[in-house]
Design a protein around this ligand. Structure first.
Ligand code: HEM
Length: 493
């Protein structure tokens, strides 16, 4: 029920720095993290303007959780999802509330724990292969490397078996073009979005070709009814028992949308998480050394496999902390399906809300010393469901959260088992803010630990020597902060 005495959205404070016509588009485009962090001083709601439209940013963890849990009122929508819908239609992550429950029921079996075990075996193998492909002294574009790893792993778990190299590299480059265009297109006024610039042509070409690649794979699978125990088989065989005749399955078009959703939703986010985690290890040699010790102890000279996952405590905490500092989905949007009251403010149907894990994860009152990389903050503490939200929450929480965590922990372990990581250059590395918090362009140097073995300074069986000193994190968090200052979620309340 809406309280008629509640204030209206017009009474919500307007963020400073807006311009008459553009609103806050310029600071948001120029330095989105600085802008979003500058709002953390507002403890409830704050308004921002993007050209003629305005949105309300939710700065409070309990209000954020309330919005997540009540998807009947606060539906998927807003500029990010409108752009993503251009590519994946009404897939699970973009569909509106009335379609969502059924789609989630159909997709959920693909992420059943029994299936996850099989996927983790694929992750372990793909990670070992990736780690074995580097050479001592290589300087790596680590995001690109992790993208090829997660593309391969996603393709194999989704479509069982490696795809031809040419299909793989085409899918990879098309995905990169599509994903990096989302944020730019979100910020571009509607009237200019259709202008056939070279960038728009590249984007259209990439999204059509990516869809065609996925549809081709699905057509092959439809012709072959064997259960391949992969994600696509589960989707093809999924039956909605709550449908009218209890038999309803996904159509070809729905299948393509879901496959593309998993592909786009899972690949880049996990690759970025891994790149940030490796970067944090490279710049915090003390943690890296401890992780090497954990890895060597757990593997005991054998090959990494999925059964090692429960023993990889520090690797799991490193991934958890990387997701706190650099949540790939740094902001999400919602659109009101009806009038509602939030935090004592009346909001009209159609209003846009912005939710930001980055804003909450960097608040000093919620996370002591919030800019510090400290995996041990998770030693005795379970992530709090209201303040730690890299996967969102509620009915729309990431369906691939455990899939991604398993993949990231195994990949991190495979890399550390074989390589020492160090940063390249002195300059702090700044995130590239797009729809996701990207690590694009991040370089890392790898040194073969077996060289240490030969020199007798350490190595896989002997806990490697301490790398060079200097644990200050070279990521420019201050610049990002600007001048101003798991699991099971309840059903909707
Ligand atoms: C570290 C990696 C990942 C991160 C940080 C991440 C983050 C998120 C977040 C924040 C949401 C909720 C968005 C919102 O409420 O607006 C979400 C939803 C979703 N994610 Fe992920 N994700 C990751 C990996 C994956 C993977 C591996 C898959 C699939 C294989 C996946 C598939 C999805 C899907 C389908 C949804 C929509 C769920 C629904 O609406 O029911 N994600 N993800």
């Amino acid at each position: 029920m809406t309280d008629t005495n509640a204030a209206t959205a017009a009474s919500v404070p307007l963020a400073p720095g807006g311009l008459p016509l553009l609103g806050h588009a310029l600071p948001l485009l120029r330095d989105p993290l600085a802008f979003i962090s500058s709002l953390s001083g507002y403890r409830g709601l704050v308004r921002v303007r993007l050209g003629p439209t305005s949105a309300v940013v939710v700065c409070d963890p309990d209000l954020t959780r309330h919005v997540f849990l009540n998807d009947r009122v606060y539906d998927k929508g807003g500029p990010i999802y409108e752009r993503i819908r251009e590519v994946i239609g009404d897939g699970l992550s973009t569909c509106a509330y009335p379609l969502h429950r059924r789609q989630r029921r159909l997709c959920q079996p693909s992420f059943h724990p029994a299936r996850l075990t099989g996927y983790s075996a694929v992750f372990a193998r793909a990670s070992r292969l990736k780690a074995a492909s580097w050479h001592d002294g290589d300087v790596l574009d680590i995001t690109q490397e992790m993208m090829t790893l997660t593309t391969r792993a996603t393709m194999e778990t989704m479509f069982s078996g490696a795809l031809p190299a040419e299909t793989m590299s085409r899918a990879l480059s098309d995905t990169a073009v599509v994903v990096s265009a989302f944020f730019r297109r979100m910020m571009t006024p509607a009237a200019l979005r259709g202008v056939p610039t070279p960038g728009k042509r590249r984007y259209d070409h990439a999204r059509h070709r990516l869809s065609a690649t996925i549809e081709g794979i699905i057509a092959e699978r439809r012709a072959d009814p064997t259960d391949h125990a992969d994600l696509l088989s589960t989707l093809v065989g999924a039956v909605d028992e709550e449908s009218q005749d209890g038999q309803r399955q996904l159509s070809d078009g729905e299948l393509a949308d879901e496959a593309l959703t998993f592909f786009l939703g899972g690949m880049e986010t996990t690759a970025i998480t891994l790149a940030w985690a490796l970067h944090l290890l490279a710049t915090h040699p003390d943690v890296q050394q401890r992780l090497r010790a954990e890895t060597d102890g757990v593997l005991a000279g054998g090959d990494l496999d999925a059964a090692h996952l429960p023993s990889l405590g520090l690797a799991t905490r490193v991934v958890t902390e990387a997701l706190r500092l650099y949540p790939p989905a740094w902001m999400m949007t919602r659109r009101l399906r009806q009038d509602a009251e939030l935090g004592g403010v009346r909001l009209a149907s159609g209003s846009t809300l912005v939710l930001s894990p980055y804003l909450l994860h960097r608040r000093g009152d919620l996370f002591p010393d919030p800019d510090r990389f400290d995996p041990d903050r998770w030693l005795d503490a379970q992530p709090d469901r209201a303040t730690y939200i890299p996967f969102g929450a509620g009915p729309r929480k990431c369906i691939g959260d455990q899939f991604a965590l398993n993949e990231a922990v195994l990949a991190l372990t495979a890399v550390v088992a074989r390589w020492k990581l160090s940063p390249v250059g002195e300059e702090p590395f700044r995130p590239k803010v797009e729809t996701s918090l990207s690590s694009r362009g991040l370089l890392l140097r790898v040194a073969d630990r077996r060289q240490d073995d030969a020199g007798g300074t350490g190595g896989p069986q002997r806990h490697a020597a301490v790398p060079p000193q200097g644990t200050a994190c070279p990521v420019d968090h201050r610049a990002a902060r600007g001048a101003a200052s798991p699991r099971s979620d309840a059903a909707p309340e």
